[in-house]
Design a protein around this ligand. Structure first.
Ligand code: PFF
Length: 517
């Protein structure tokens, strides 16, 4: 097939993953993260236990996998990080790319803080430094949590590891896609799976494990009538699969032109959900052990969800376990590996977007973006008000921001730009697992309808009921303020004239007619 010579420049220059395995490992690395270990077990337990599997699978099949394919299709066809990929699809949609990238930016600032806590806890595990009162230690000594205020007193023990995490992220991003990101994933992902399998096996052999699994899997079917449970399932799937953040668009853009995209997507989605369920099993088997030691019912235990599950309850269990410190080292080591392979995906997405827009070098954009992210990350999340800010920002970024992103993305592609056929044909041409009408109906109808209902309900509940009884001014700053920040930053970045390479000559491949741009 003869490609016009004017297009070959833009075709050949892009760095690529060195193989499909490299891409799949990196995409699994992005998906499997703190969300799987630190978030999923608690969310599932709180939202109906065994019954949660129903909304979870519905969310995975109706929105998760279809939108993952959509991210892949856009990135792979238009071969750029989100803003430029959207711009190549249709100029006026660049802003959506920046909106997604800015949400990712916000998430990276606090995600790094949780990785930093994990680093500290990894070290604390060796001598069980947290002592008997693990809650008092985490909140009082480790984080030094204060009131909901905008605190400026930085906690050194949180800030130092946080700075180190940022330096490590910077180094990996500066090394680039293959030598940096792919290399880290090729080592960490197999290691993570082996380490985690070891943890789960150990957990299952603890006395009381079966009670834990019963608590986790016993379905509370009435939860299915609660819209909030469905919202939790969709939010979990989005966060967990890293979709609608612009990040998978970027990852797919580094995939070779002839690459089996949908089959890779199925592998990634399957690996991610399997890991998530495995984490639920491991965590609850361990909790069953603890309940038995203390002769309490799991339902009466505190701190089973949110940030405290890993940093309060787990250390308490580790205290009681024979050989607990080894378990602790492996558990927090697994959290670090899972978290690190995810945060580098976010930063690569942000750095590549800035690099393309401003025509910077890879190193230059890596330094700029890592610094721009690290500064608010340290200033906001290593202070005495860091934990509350983190929880609030997370609530808004993931339940409001990312849902808006997914709605706009699907409606725009299917209804406004009418690109679903082209993208479906693109995926089907390069992949063995073909997509067609069903996919279009899912991304064009089922997913946006569900998501709009969810968004409206969530916004109403946040307006009427607030969040965690925090003062309204606080929610305005860290909750709604997050959304305003993302929108304003995206608008500014979009308005700045494009300074990167002129890509007017870009031609998507494979050639598919009706490509009207
Ligand atoms: N998927 C990651 C997790 O489950 O922890 C988090 C994440 C990574 C979210 C990348 C968004 C993203 F773009």
């Amino acid at each position: 097939m003869g490609t016009p010579s004017s297009t070959t420049v833009s075709v050949e220059k892009r760095e690529t993953w060195s193989s499909s395995t490299g891409f799949i490992l990196a995409a699994i690395g992005s998906a499997v993260g703190l969300g799987n270990i630190w978030r999923f077990p608690g969310v599932a337990y709180e939202s109906g236990g065994g019954a949660f599997i129903v909304p979870y699978l519905v969310a995975l099949l109706t929105a998760g996998i279809p939108i993952l394919f959509l991210d892949y299709a856009i990135g792979h066809r238009y071969r750029a990080a989100a803003p430029l990929a959207y711009r190549r699809m249709a100029k006026r949609t660049e802003g959506l790319g920046w909106f997604q990238i800015m949400i990712s930016f916000v998430i990276a600032t606090y995600y790094a803080a949780v990785i930093a806590w994990s680093c500290s806890y990894f070290i604390y595990s060796f001598n069980l430094k947290w002592g008997e009162d693990t809650r008092g230690f985490f909140l009082g000594e480790h984080l030094k949590v204060g009131d909901p205020e905008i605190s400026t007193s930085i906690v050194g023990t949180v800030a130092l590891p946080l700075v180190l995490v940022w330096v490590a992220v910077l180094v990996v991003i500066a090394l680039g896609v293959t030598k940096g990101v792919q290399a880290v994933n090729v080592i960490f992902i197999p290691l993570l799976f082996v380490a985690f399998a070891g943890l789960v096996l150990r957990a299952l052999t603890l006395p009381g494990a079966a009670d834990g699994l019963n608590a986790f899997f016993t379905p509370d079917w009435s939860a299915l009538t609660d819209l909030n449970v469905w919202i939790a399932a969709y939010a979990q799937i989005f966060f967990s699969l890293s979709i609608a953040f612009g990040i998978m668009v970027t990852y797919a853009s580094y995939q070779r032109r002839k690459a089996n995209m949908t089959s890779s997507g199925l592998v990634v989605a399957f690996a991610n959900s399997s890991f998530e369920i495995l984490a639920g099993i491991g965590v609850f088997a361990t909790l069953g052990f603890m309940a038995q030691q203390q002769s309490v019912a799991i339902a009466d235990m505190k701190d089973l969800t949110g940030p405290t599950l890993s940093f309060v309850t787990f250390p308490a269990v580790i205290n009681q376990m024979p050989g607990g410190n080894i378990f602790g080292v492996v558990f927090f080591g697994a959290l670090i590996m899972a978290g690190f392979t995810s945060i580098i995906s976010i930063l690569l997405g942000v750095a590549a977007s800035v690099q393309e827009k401003f025509g910077l070098s890879q190193r230059g954009s890596a330094i700029l973006v890592a610094a721009a992210c690290a500064i608010p990350s340290v200033l906001l999340f290593s202070t005495t008000s860091g934990l509350l800010a983190l929880d609030t920002v997370d609530q808004w970024a993931n339940n409001v921001g990312i849902v808006i992103s997914a709605i706009v993305m699907t409606v725009l592609v299917v209804w406004v730009l009418r690109r679903s056929r082209v993208l479906a044909r693109h995926l089907s041409t390069v992949s063995t697992f073909k997509v067609g009408r069903v996919w279009t109906v899912l991304i064009g109808f089922v997913a946006p309808v569900f998501l709009i209902i969810m968004l409206v309900q969530k916004v109403i509940s946040l307006i009427n009921d607030g969040y965690e009884e925090l003062p309204q001014w606080y929610l305005n700053v860290f909750g709604w303020g997050t959304i305003v920040f993302v929108v304003v930053a995206a608008a500014i970045l979009t308005a700045i004239p494009w300074k990167g390479r002129d890509d007017e000559t870009f031609t998507p491949w494979p050639p598919i007619e009706e490509e009207s741009r």
